[in-house]
Write a protein that binds this ligand. Structure first.
Ligand code: SF4
Length: 429
């Protein structure tokens, strides 16, 4: 039997799909290059934005045609589009054979019609996703307890549950034995790691344990949540050489009124203080953020505060999205989506313009410096690429070996990436 996997959404979804693929392969299935040549297809969905749902629906439309021609073909829908009750989805997509919530792999694997195997409990501790390069994502804490008003994640991925340190260390050792040199520790709020485990280890304890793996060169982590970033965790990031000074720290808005309405759990001053704490300890840290424009009730004055915050904090990268109400969330139930679409579009463009200018300026400050990157692979133009400690994307002018750590002199800086020449002959092919 052959399986086909289609994934949209965050790194956690990508990690789930890789784990599911490992489960299929453990049951003896082979990966198919496309849905047409598969016996079972899985659509791993995301509900965070309407656009992601639309893409999944259009993929399902294509799969329906395959099933009409070949009724034995099985289709599963997994991920954040699937809530505790799937009746509405069953009515909308009656040709789908199985619906499964995020990480609920059993109903999907049941479609394989192979003898069921106990994969070892909720986190499949002995089933690891095969790496496809020198970097890998490793989920360490699942779910989220924060319940921001606009977000569907806590309802779909459940409460925070951490994997034990020894289990994660075993997975990382398995990965590094297969050529992985950098792992990114994943959590919706990654600093929440460990509060539910015996002895309450924190993310710093986990990083310390993983640093002992001699084959591992780099540790990254995302996504950060300001209130969970303790001084102890920040000291671990600053003090452990293998941990990259790179933070994905969503702020979402610059107005206290909007932050309170979003129930983000902090005000602007608290967020600014957290960034100052990071930069005091790690002056070269890379910090990226997420912004939502057009949240219910966002006035022009609120939005101006967001722009002012971007100017004040000068992030390395800003991911911006226009608010879209997600059914099942507090905001969808209780707030009118009252910012007109054209205003959202205009605010989105204004954020993008500020972000592009600041990113360009911050990248330009790297010109002439030497940065160490881990060569991750080759882009569509055949150029090797990797990331600096702070997370900046760097393209190389000459071939380089994937998995090598290379010192690179930065010779060109654009808003989205840097370009340079590797100084270290050992990194070259
Ligand atoms: S912290 Fe808020 S936005 Fe992030 S996953 Fe949790 S509920 Fe969603």
């Amino acid at each position: 039997m052959r399986y086909f996997l289609w994934t949209v959404g965050c790194q956690m979804n990508v990690a789930d799909s890789k784990k599911l693929a490992a489960g299929f392969e453990r049951l003896g299935l082979e990966r198919a290059p496309d849905a047409a040549s598969a016996d079972v297809a899985v659509v791993n969905t995301c509900s965070v934005r309407q656009h992601a749902e639309d893409r999944a629906a259009s993929m399902l439309g294509r799969l329906r045609l395959l099933k009409e021609a070949r009724p034995a073909f099985k289709i599963a829908v997994m991920g954040c589009m699937v809530g505790p009750r799937a009746e509405a989805l069953e009515r909308r997509f009656p040709f789908v054979d199985a619906f499964a919530r995020p990480q609920q792999f059993a109903p999907v694997l049941a479609l394989a019609e192979e003898p069921a195997e106990d994969l070892g409990g909720e986190f499949w501790p002995s089933t690891f996703a095969a790496p496809d390069g020198p970097t890998a994502f490793v989920p360490v804490v699942h779910g989220c307890d924060k319940f921001c008003t606009y977000c569907i994640v806590p309802y779909r991925r459940g409460r925070e549950r951490s994997r034990p340190i020894n289990e994660i260390a075993r997975e990382v050792a398995w990965l590094t034995a297969r050529g992985v040199r950098e792992v990114t520790l994943l959590g919706q709020t990654v600093e929440a790691y460990g509060h539910d485990l015996d002895g309450q280890p924190d993310l710093g304890d986990l990083m310390r344990a993983l640093s002992a793996d001699e084959r591992l060169a780099r540790i990254r982590f995302l996504t950060s949540y300001p209130k969970d970033m303790t001084a102890r965790i920040l000291a671990a990031v600053a003090g452990l050489p293998k941990v990259m000074e790179c933070f994905s720290l969503p702020v979402q808005a610059g107005s206290d009124a909007v932050l309170a309405s979003m129930r983000r759990g902090y005000a602007k001053a608290g967020y600014v203080a957290k960034v100052a704490e990071v930069r005091a300890l790690m002056p070269d840290a890379g910090i990226t953020t997420d912004i939502i424009v057009g949240y219910p009730g966002e006035t022009e004055a609120d939005f101006a505060e967001t722009l002012a915050l971007l100017e004040e904090l000068r992030f390395d990268k800003v991911h911006v999205a226009a608010y879209s109400p997600r059914p099942g969330t507090i905001a969808h139930r209780t707030m009118a989506d009252d910012v007109p679409a054209e205003v959202k579009a205009e605010r989105l463009q204004r954020v993008q313009a500020v972000e592009e200018r600041i990113s360009r300026e911050r990248n330009a400050a790297c010109l002439g410096t030497v940065q160490t990157i881990l060569v991750e692979g080759v882009n569509a133009k055949g150029q090797p690429y990797g990331r600096t400690r702070a997370g900046r994307l760097v393209h190389l002018d000459a071939p380089a070996r994937a998995g090598a750590l290379a010192d690179v002199r930065i010779e060109h800086a654009g808003p989205f990436a840097l370009r340079g020449t590797a100084l270290d002959a050992l990194a070259l092919v």
